[in-house]
Design a binder for this molecule. Structure first.
Ligand code: ZN
Ligand code: ZN
Length: 153
């Protein structure tokens, strides 16, 4: 029996987290992994205790929802809150991170970014990743492939 690859497993985890998103604009999930262990995860959502965009509608300013904390930030902040080092870790995200998240990911010492879908891939984000020598690679997510594993077990 074939085993699911780590890369596909962690990307599937991010896809599942995206299903928890509370902002209607984009469902994003992020999983931070070190030595093949999940150290943190996050999805697009409000500050804890705040209303959800899916219930109240987004809070838009200058074309952005200002209520939402991005999935990548939520995952990084989980590391901060729990006192877990993100240095040298890998982040699996459902979408190419926005510029602010890219800067935070780099600053948090993450060295590899795997993303499933392109999303406004910002030229300055790419420039920074290149400059800092951060590995970033697109790993398209194949739902059917993962479903096969689940159905065959
Ligand atoms: Zn929103
Ligand atoms: Zn972002």
């Amino acid at each position: 029996m074939e085993r699911i690859k780590w890369e596909e497993y962690f990307m599937a985890q991010s896809q599942l987290l995206a299903l928890r998103s509370t902002c209607e604009r984009l469902s994003v999930g992020a999983t931070i992994v070190k030595d093949n262990r999940i150290i943190a995860g996050g999805y697009n959502g409000s500050v804890a205790g705040e209303v959800h965009c899916i219930d109240e509608g987004c809070l838009i300013e200058d074309g952005h929802c200002i209520r939402t904390i991005h999935a990548e930030m939520n995952a990084l902040l989980q590391c901060a809150k729990q006192g877990v080092s993100s240095a040298g870790a890998t982040i699996y995200v459902t979408h190419f991170p926005c510029l602010n998240c890219t800067k935070s990911i780099i600053q948090a010492g993450i060295t590899t970014i795997y993303y499933a879908e392109d999303y406004h891939n910002h030229h300055y984000a790419i420039q920074l990743l290149e400059q800092e020598g951060i590995e970033y690679k697109k790993i398209p997510f194949n739902q059917q492939h993962v479903a096969q594993y689940l159905l065959n077990n």
